[in-house]
Design a protein around this ligand. Structure first.
Ligand code: ZN
Length: 350
């Protein structure tokens, strides 16, 4: 089995919702459940040994993609901006679940790549705390310092929604990622602070202008934790060739997103999506950027994923498909783990 360190999941969102419905999120993760994609038993079965676990503030109404028209085209408007106070409450509740899982031994909150490797060796899920959209952070970045002290080691300035730090890219098919302005002045300060503190900056969900703002300001390798190839699936969330060239030049990476709407050429929300379709995006990313710049970013618990994968327990089916496609042992080590560990070590000043 090829152990995977994965660039993006929303298991904390699912566990936070369980908590709100009166269930015990720690027991649910530790003992397993039939809901969603990730818990400790299923992660173990699928060789999902760790990953970036997002604090993500859901909008008050449940987000859904706009219905496609007869041509399969859709353009979902951006969700309205959120208030900070209620966002901070939710972010703290999710961070508390992450810490309780750590205290329980159900997963291990990791702050260094050494800790990630130790957790993987010990067979404990290696969780890195990530923030997907910084609605909980104030413009003076006081809360950023506190979340960093609480273990935050990665963030995306925006989700597909605008906030004080920048503009999000909408879910639209077909669409260029160049949909509006990029970072605000506060967003530029956030990038500088992340460089100083050693917090990874994630480009997923930024507009193309925001992408180039980070490229101009940041010392880190450029990372899109869960994004795919625009030339294959022209959704606004996917990356153009030019963006991939910049990621390659910075020695960064792209994590393959398993979301079917970002994999399928027709952009449809249809879980009957093949392993070959997933592999086609990996092939394109490797052709364009080289084997050192391609990794995985499943979006487990955050998206419709192919039925052939199903949940975390099915994760090795993709690895096997890549092996069958001709990727060798060292290629698979890089895609499954080592590329992520290299960029994390760089962003974290190790
Ligand atoms: Zn996302």
């Amino acid at each position: 089995m090829n152990l995977v360190f994965d660039g993006h999941n929303d298991v904390l969102l699912r566990l936070w919702r369980s908590r709100n419905e009166g269930r015990n999120p720690v027991a649910e993760f530790r003992n397993g459940t039939s809901a969603g994609h990730i818990d400790a038993p299923r992660a173990k079965r699928g060789g999902l040994a760790g990953g970036l676990c997002a604090i993500y503030i859901p909008s008050p109404h449940d987000f859904t993609l706009r219905e496609p028209d007869a041509n399969g085209h859709y353009a979902t408007p951006l969700d309205p901006p959120l208030e900070r106070a209620s966002s901070l409450d939710i972010a703290l509740e999710m961070a508390a679940i992450a810490h309780r899982l750590d205290q329980d031994g159900s997963w291990r909150l990791c702050h260094t790549t050494t800790e990630i490797r130790e957790a993987m060796t010990d067979g404990v899920f290696a969780a890195v705390l990530h923030m997907e959209g910084c609605e909980a952070i104030d413009a003076d970045l006081d809360t950023l310092e506190v979340f960093h002290a609480a273990g935050l080691r990665s963030l995306g300035p925006v989700w597909s929604r605008n906030n004080i730090f920048g503009h999000g890219v909408p879910f639209a098919y077909p669409s260029s990622p160049d949909t509006g302005p990029g970072l605000t002045r506060a967003g530029e300060e956030l990038v500088r602070a992340c460089n100083r503190l050693g917090i990874l900056i994630d480009l997923a969900h930024l507009t193309e202008k925001g992408f180039w703002d980070v490229e101009r300001l940041s010392d880190q390798p450029l990372i899109a934790s869960h994004s795919n190839v625009h030339a294959l699936t022209p959704v606004a969330r996917n990356l153009t060739d030019r963006q991939m060239d910049a990621i390659k030049a910075s020695h960064g990476l792209v994590g393959l997103n398993y979301a079917v709407t970002m994999l399928r050429p027709d952009g449809r929300d249809d879980a009957e999506t093949s392993l070959a379709t997933m592999v086609s995006h990996v092939d394109y990313l490797v052709d364009r950027m080289g084997i050192d710049c391609v990794a995985l970013g499943s979006d487990f618990d955050g998206a419709t994923i192919p039925n052939v994968i199903g949940d975390a327990a099915g994760n090795q089916r993709l690895v096997t498909a890549l092996k069958d496609r001709g990727y060798g042992p060292s290629d698979l080590d890089k895609i499954c783990r080592e590329n992520w560990l290299r960029v994390l070590a760089s962003a974290w000043h190790e």
